[in-house]
Design a binder for this molecule. Structure first.
Ligand code: ADP
Ligand code: TPW
Ligand code: MG
Length: 585
């Protein structure tokens, strides 16, 4: 029997030396990072062990992409970079999709991957899990760094944090070669080499003339509209945004993840009149929302343009932290560059400074919106009240709508096609940052990673509304839900496939159509395999009872909600983006 080696840590006053492992852990902790999402293996297994021993929360996943998605959404929810830790080559690549998706969505995260020996990688001599990870990550994220010496760990971590959260947030790759972890240095010098980042995301105050230009344009509007995007949700300037909207009386449209920034039931929320306000508005103020495909690039029929690429005549104000965003799709008359909190405060100050006071938008505009809204809301209520057999998306989501209304603090995770679109339009949100979904890419696979992180960082119940296909991308993480006993209720909208379960193989051959899954699959049994609660729900009453119990008990639960397999439409609401849709019309 050998003797047990004493643990050497930088924080231990007695120890003379520290090492790369402890410097990484101490650098993260020094910057208030207390959780790592990851998947262990050579060379980072000991890092996960030592991090846990040092009091960090280490959440292990079954696939790195899910750990990466967890880190990304933790970043969105907390404004601190979420940390994902992976092994080299394959683990790194598995995490890379999440890192790139985080960058695309402006979520701050840091992917830390162990890597093989530089000398061997660069000569391509075939090391264990050899790959030039830094080069591969670079074009796919906001910034990428490698640390070769233990004394540079403090700088490496500080640079990664600043890059992730300052300006437009995004994903950062930090490459840590295996050899680095074992490097030792004097403990006092090590401690001294660490950097506590001061003001990692400095406020960006907009220029006064830009604020005035925006305000003048807004004042000139007869039919003003504010579009709130997930950048506004991220900014945590909830009170200021609410004051701006209520003070100006301007109707607003929340993008998917900005729902709940003000309650969806707010009198000025124009969601239920979206197809009316977009083409009709004359001045549109975007706040933390890009004019990308989700807003039809600011032109075309959605905006009242004659042809698919024609300008609809709107004038745009754009509040964004990125000075390069304006004019990306259409002309922006009044860019306001800064962080949302500072920009909205500056606008409010300028409004308050105008002696004459603020005139609310014309009554005709507000009245016309209110009329469309009440008509559409009444129409929806009628659809929701129906109780078809088998259950369809509407009758199932009517239950979810009620559960979320009764539990507004719960976080809703959502992915799928029909399962996504119907949930977004039917389920009202009441609080900021409670709706997490497929984001800018419309990516499938975020479901369980987002759910784990949402539960871990918020402590609130999580409700994940998942298409049966969407769920499959991260489904193995139900074990993770059970392992950490997280208060997550997964509801699978099971319509036997991608979009619907009714496609047939035109050849009559033995293979089913590419969009069709095993009929009548029992996803609930998957949950039971790990000790969670599995429920098979075939009608709204069963679904309601199971969801209520899940939220009440906080036990990991998976409800297999059986949905009419004919109920969905191809690609949900974005059928028009299918290359063959022109021909079908
Ligand atoms: P959505 O999909 O909800 O429309 P996008 O992801 O397209 O939203 O847009 C988010 C925008 O918010 C990005 O252009 C980003 O630069 C911006 N942004 C992110 N954080 C902030 C912030 N703190 N202040 C201002 N703008 C921000
Ligand atoms: C990483 C393409 C978009 S939506 C979807 C796929 C495969 C699944 C739709 O079926 P689901 O929902 O979830 O059962 P429903 O209610 O309509 O039946 N790979 C990735 N991302 C995307 N977006 C796709 C494929 C896709
Ligand atoms: Mg489906």
């Amino acid at each position: 029997m050998g003797t047990v080696e004493p643990q050497v840590t930088a924080t231990d006053a007695q120890s003379q030396v520290t090492d790369g492992f402890h410097l990484v852990i101490d650098a993260l902790k020094l910057n208030g990072i207390d959780t790592i999402f990851g998947l262990p293996g050579i060379p980072i297994t000991d890092l996960t062990r030592k991090a846990q021993a040092a009091g960090m929360r280490v959440i292990s996943f079954r696939h790195e992409q899910n750990a990466g998605n967890a880190a990304a959404i933790a970043g969105f929810l907390t404004q601190k970079p979420g940390i994902c830790l992976t092994v080299s080559a394959p683990g790194f690549l598995n995490g890379l999709t999440a890192l790139t998706n985080a960058t695309t969505n402006c979520f701050p995260m840091i992917l830390i991957s162990g890597s093989s020996e530089r000398e061997i990688v660069d000569l391509q001599q075939g090391d264990y899990e050899e790959m030039d990870q830094l080069a591969i990550a670079k074009p796919l994220c906001k910034a990428a760094f490698r640390v070769l010496h233990a004394e540079d760990i403090g700088v490496g971590v500080a640079r990664a944090i600043r890059a992730a959260v300052s300006g437009r947030p995004g994903g950062v790759y930090l490459d840590l070669p295996a050899k680095l972890f074992a490097q030792t240095m004097d403990a006092a010098a090590g401690k001294n080499s660490l950097i506590k980042v001061v003001d990692p995301a400095p406020r960006q105050i907009p220029a006064q003339d830009a604020v005035q230009r925006a305000l003048d344009l807004l004042k000139s509007a007869k039919k003003p509209l504010i579009v709130l995007g997930k950048g506004a949700a991220y900014a945590q300037a909830d009170a200021e945004i609410r004051i701006l909207i209520e003070k100006t009386g301007i109707p607003y449209l929340p993008m998917s993840m900005a729902k709940g920034l003000l309650p969806d039931t707010h009198a000025l929320c124009a969601s239920a009149a979206r197809s009316y306000v977009l083409p009709e508005a004359d001045v549109v103020m975007l706040a933390g929302a890009r004019l990308n495909w989700l807003l039809s690039h600011g032109k075309g029929k959605t905006w009242g343009g004659k042809g698919p690429k024609d300008w609809g005549g709107q004038k745009f104000i754009q509040i964004d932290i990125s000075p390069q965003e304006a004019d990306s799709n259409v002309r922006i008359e009044a860019p306001v560059v800064g962080d949302i909190g500072s920009c909205v405060s500056a606008l409010l100050a300028a409004i308050n400074a105008t002696g004459s006071g603020w005139a609310k938008p014309p009554a005709e505009w507000l009245g016309a919106i209110a009329e469309r809204k009440s008509k559409n809301i009444a129409k929806l209520a009628e659809t929701l009240a129906r109780n078809p057999v088998p259950m369809n998306f509407h009758s199932a989501l009517n239950v979810v709508r009620g559960i979320v209304k009764a539990n507004p603090e719960a976080i809703l995770v959502n992915e799928g096609a029909n399962a996504l679109d119907f949930t977004r339009s039917i389920v009202d949100m009441y609080q900021p940052r409670k709706r997490l979904d497929v984001g800018t890419w419309g990516i499938m696979g975020i479901g369980m990673g987002f759910s784990v992180a949402a539960a871990v960082v918020s402590g609130q119940p999580v409700i994940a509304i998942e298409g049966d296909s969407a769920f499959g991308f991260s489904g193995m993480e139900v074990e993770t839900l059970c392992r950490y006993n997280l208060p997550v209720c997964v509801v699978i909208m099971n319509n036997n496939g991608v979009y619907k379960g009714t496609d047939v193989n035109p050849t009559g051959g033995p293979d089913v159509a590419p969009t069709v899954f095993v009929k009548g699959a029992r996803y609930d049994k998957l949950m039971e395999a790990f000790g969670g609660i599995g429920v098979h729900a075939t009608n709204p009453a069963e679904l309601r009872e199971a969801m209520e119990e899940a939220v009440r008990s906080r036990k990991p639960t998976l409800i297999n909600a059986v949905i009419d397999e004919t109920a969905g439409t191809e690609s949900g609401r974005i059928t028009s983006l299918n290359p063959s849709s022109e021909k079908k019309k």
